[in-house]
Design a protein around this ligand. Structure first.
Ligand code: ZN
Ligand code: ZN
Length: 387
């Protein structure tokens, strides 16, 4: 069945180009990126008065809330904006900011229990799949808009100055406009995503924390996209039951886990650098499939994951524009000196599905997943408690 989707494949040229970029160069990757760019951008926010007086002054401790220029301790007003200066130390740290964003979907129906959801009528609605590319694009736009508003709100309500943040804090803040993000300093995993919460290990270098955040954020977004599609099909309001079903659908079968994991790797690569990802969780799932799934079907699963990653990239680009993506890559190459894993690059799939095939793929994932979920209520109740 998944094999039939191969007729809808087309080449993902952007990904091909990105992977080619990660291939060997004669010079060390670090030489391609000058650190001067960073220093220049810091200078811009430096107080002009301090600069003119002396070069060995104390670092500025105050800033203008209007123009964001930095000032030394003895100044009290911004000469240009005529406003009182604030203390830089009063700006909260991004890692301490708590968030709990909500991605809503309003429908005519509101289901309180799983019994209300798993009716023969609803199973039929999923199978009929009255869902078009236009609906899918609407969902992607809704998620993108909500996150952007949340991000804007986080900046304003916390009095943050984006220019002062380093690239890790910018990505961290952006991630927090989607999900709760906490730090951990234990365990082997670099990052974990479960039930709308990401945990990142802060013992990693900033560049690796960024790739981990992008990876875990992708897991959240794929879950969220599927939850929205379910709500659209069932014309219902999104709640913890729908989140639990969407979570189940991405976990229960090795195939959906393969799609989910491949999607996360592809998003990570699109925002950092291909070939540096940790593919272990993907390989583990692939290994567990041995004999069960022919390699052509594994390739289709990768193509589906890759196609989802293109939508997720679109959502993340609400804030992460070309300049920020360059900064992410620069930070990454400063921190990570290893060469890309070429054997892993050979595993990459550069196909994406045409819209008709992609819609069919979503139908396959949801119709089968919904059916299996309907006989696993106990598991769903367990998931639901965590949302
Ligand atoms: Zn000012
Ligand atoms: Zn993962």
């Amino acid at each position: 069945m998944f094999n039939d989707l191969s007729q809808y494949l087309q080449i993902d040229r952007e990904k091909q180009r990105m992977i080619a970029d990660a291939m060997p160069h004669l010079e060390s990757p670090n030489l391609f990126y000058s650190k001067r760019k960073y220093m220049a951008s810091e200078d811009v926010s430096m107080c002009e008065i301090c600069e003119s007086i002396s070069l060995d002054h104390l670092p500025p401790t105050k800033y203008c809330p209007e123009c964001h220029r930095k000032y030394p301790e003895e100044e009290n007003f911004c000469f240009d904006c005529l406003v009182k200066l604030k203390n830089i130390s009063d700006i909260p740290k991004v890692r301490d900011i708590k968030t709990n964003p909500e991605f809503k979907f309003e429908g005519t129906n509101s289901y309180a229990t799983f019994e209300e959801i798993f009716t023969p009528e609803n199973a039929e609605k999923i199978n009929d799949f009255k869902f078009r590319l236009k609906d899918y694009k609407g969902i992607i736009n809704d998620i993108k808009r909500t996150a952007f508003l949340e991000f804007d709100n986080l900046v304003k309500s916390n009095g943050l100055v984006l220019d002062y943040l380093d690239i890790l804090d910018k990505v961290l803040l952006f991630s927090k406009s989607f999900v709760e993000v906490d730090y951990k300093s234990y365990g082997q995993e670099l990052g974990v995503f479960a039930f709308d919460r990401i945990e990142v290990d802060d013992r990693q270098l900033p560049g690796l924390q960024i790739t981990t955040l992008m990876h875990e954020l992708s897991h959240f977004l794929l879950k969220e996209i599927l939850a929205h599609v379910l709500c659209k099909l069932l014309d219902c309001t999104k709640n913890s039951s729908i989140d639990a079903i969407s979570t189940f659908i991405l976990i229960y079968s090795p195939l959906s886990r393969l799609i989910d994991e491949y999607c996360a790797h592809s998003v990570e690569g699109r925002f950092t650098v291909y070939g540096y990802q940790d593919y272990s969780s993907f390989l583990q799932i692939q290994k567990s499939l041995e004999g069960e799934m022919p390699s052509e079907e594994i390739e289709i699963a990768k193509s589906i994951g890759n196609t989802f990653s293109i939508s997720i990239k679109e959502i993340l680009e609400a804030y992460l524009d070309d300049d920020l993506r360059d900064d992410i890559k620069t930070q990454f190459k400063e921190d990570v000196l290893d060469m890309p894993k070429y054997d892993m690059l050979a595993m990459e799939n550069c196909n994406k599905l045409k819209s008709k095939g992609f819609m069919q793929a979503i139908w396959l994932i949801l119709s089968e997943g919904f059916e299996v979920a309907s006989v696993n209520i106990e598991k769903l109740e367990e998931y639901k408690k965590n949302f």
